[in-house]
Structure formats: C-alpha cells, structure tokens
Design a binder for this molecule. Structure first.
Ligand SMILES: O=C(O)CCC(=O)C(=O)O
Length: 296
C-alpha cells in the first residue's frame, strides 16, 4: 500500500521512532485524519505544500499588518483564545468580540496577506478526507466563528513553545472549550502547522514518547512530565523518555496527533524568528461523525 511505501520512521539511539508519513501534493497517501487520530500513524508531512515565495509574501505581509510583530509578548496573530483572561468579568463579551474578529480575518485574508493559504489548506484537507464536510465552528450565540489557524512567532531565545499536549487545553481553558465542545468532539484533537519561516537554528518540534493516557500534567518550569501514577519525570535530565525531533522546512505542512502526544518546540537560535501558521482539528460529535472542524 502506498501509505507504507512512504512511511518513514525517525530514530537514533535516544530517539523514539514515531510513524510519520512524508509525502508531497503530487502523491498524497490514502490516509485521513481518523487514521492519525486513531494512531494508525502519528502524523503526516506534506513537503513543499506552499512555495518559498508564498511563504516570504505571507511573512512580509504579517509584519506589515501587525505592529506588534517585533514584540516577544505577542507571538500569536490574530490573538488566540488562550490570551483571553479566563478570570475576566467580561470573558463572554471578549469571546464574542474574538469570534467577530475571526470571521473578518477569514474574509479579508486573501487581500490582507496576498495569499489564498486558507483555501489551499482547505483543499488539501478535503483531498485527504474525501466525502467529509469541513467547518470552522460558529461563535457564541452563532455570531462570528472560530479561526481556522493563527500565525505563531518564536523569537530567538525569547519565546518558547513549552511542553504541552492538546488534550490538556480542555482543562486549561475550560470556558473556551465548554463552548467548543457543544458542537465538536475535542478529545484527541490533531494539530497542524505550516512552516512559513525556518529559524537559522533550533525550533524543531519535539515529540515525546508519552501519551495523554499515561500523563495528564506537566511542569513547564522544570520541563517535567507528571505521570498518572504521580511520578515527576524531568525530560532534559533523563533517558527514561525517548523523543523525536522533526525537521519541518519552509513550505512544509505537518498534521500530527498533538492531542495525545506530549510535545514542545526547541528554543530558536540565530537571527531569524520561526514563523508558523497552524491550528487544531477535531471531528463533530457522535461516533460516526465525518465532519471535521478547524480552530486555533
Ligand atoms: O505552530 C507550531 O509550531 C506549534 C505547534 C504546536 O505545538 C501545536 O499545534 O500544539
């Protein structure tokens, strides 16, 4: 089967061999999001999904459009749900305003960013999942909608994407997920991103050989996993947990089982910031739902 011809296992001495399929737009495997969610494979890389010129244009327009681009405090554009203060008295109003802005972001994306990236993502995801409907869920009171993806920026030695796991978000952002889970089956969500600008050094996605069913908490200060039986395992200081660092290059798209696999992004070094565009994917409610949803 084509899928297994393209299968690449990534490993070295201390490395876990995750099953990541590498492919291109011309030879997409028979592999869909349910296969990744069920861990038939751990992920899929579509090499050269968009051209280097398109990536440059997106990053150039992102800088032009967002005055906060250079600030390490604003690594996500447009700002994501995670940045809404969950204790704010105006939380619901802030969520509503976020959904209205998201809808405008989608509508004006091609003009603002000079690229049809959202359409290209949707076309690829449709090809991988024939016959499945795809959505960005509606916002609160059916006003506005979720955003299918956000730009994420990691400045050299300033901003980290710490250890996390998608299923953890359900507990970390309960109010947000309460709304989303009324229409979406958020457990075991997938993550996707496109590398728009590779850093000079570092910035690789690290997948740890620990799943949500083994550990549901972590300590980002000590970079430790806390297992369900109460053990704290420091990831840097031990060989007990294997890992894999993925080489995602400019223009590549990765979809992986980010809801279940604990992961982080290495610190970026050198002079070039790492820029990605990505979000999360989950199916609709009900065992047999074939509709999938994107948000970020
Ligand atoms: O955009 C990125 O590089 C971060 C990906 C990630 O950590 C996630 O989707 O959970």
């Amino acid at each position: 089967m084509k899928l297994f011809e393209n299968l690449r296992s990534i490993f070295s001495s201390k490395e876990k061999s995750f099953q990541i399929i590498e492919t291109s737009l011309n030879e997409l495997p028979e592999l869909n999001f349910k296969d990744i969610q069920k861990r038939k494979v751990d992920g899929l890389i579509v090499r050269n999904f968009i051209s280097p010129e398109n990536c440059d244009l997106l990053v150039k327009n992102l800088k032009k459009k967002n005055q906060n681009y250079g600030s390490p405090k604003h690594p996500i554009f447009p700002s994501s749900f995670a940045q809404i203060d969950r204790y704010s008295e105006d939380f619901n109003a802030e969520m509503e305003s976020c959904f209205i802005k998201s809808s405008a972001f989608i509508d004006t994306f091609p003009v603002d960013y000079g690229s049809d990236l959202l359409q290209e993502i949707s076309t690829l995801f449709g090809r991988l999942n024939p016959g499945c409907e795809q959505n960005t869920p509606l916002g609160c009171n059916n006003k506005g909608c979720y955003i299918p993806g956000t730009f994420r920026i990691q400045y050299p030695e300033k901003v980290n994407i710490n250890l996390h796991c998608g299923n953890q978000f359900i507990h970390l952002f309960p109010k947000y997920y309460e709304h989303l889970s009324s229409t979406v089956d958020v457990m075991d969500q997938l993550s996707y991103f496109i590398m728009l600008q590779e850093p000079d050094e570092g910035g690789r996605l690290i997948l740890y050989d620990v799943s949500w069913n083994e550990a549901q908490d972590c300590d980002t200060i000590t970079n430790s996993i806390i297992t369900l039986d109460g053990k704290t395992i420091p990831l840097d200081a031990t060989n007990a947990i294997k890992s894999s660092k993925l080489e995602i290059r400019t223009g590549d798209l990765l979809v992986f089982s980010g809801g279940q696999i604990w992961h982080a992004v290495e610190q970026v070094k050198g002079n070039t910031e790492r820029v990605t565009f990505g979000g999360f994917i989950a199916f609709g409610k009900g065992e047999n739902s074939s509709e999938f949803n994107l948000w970020s």
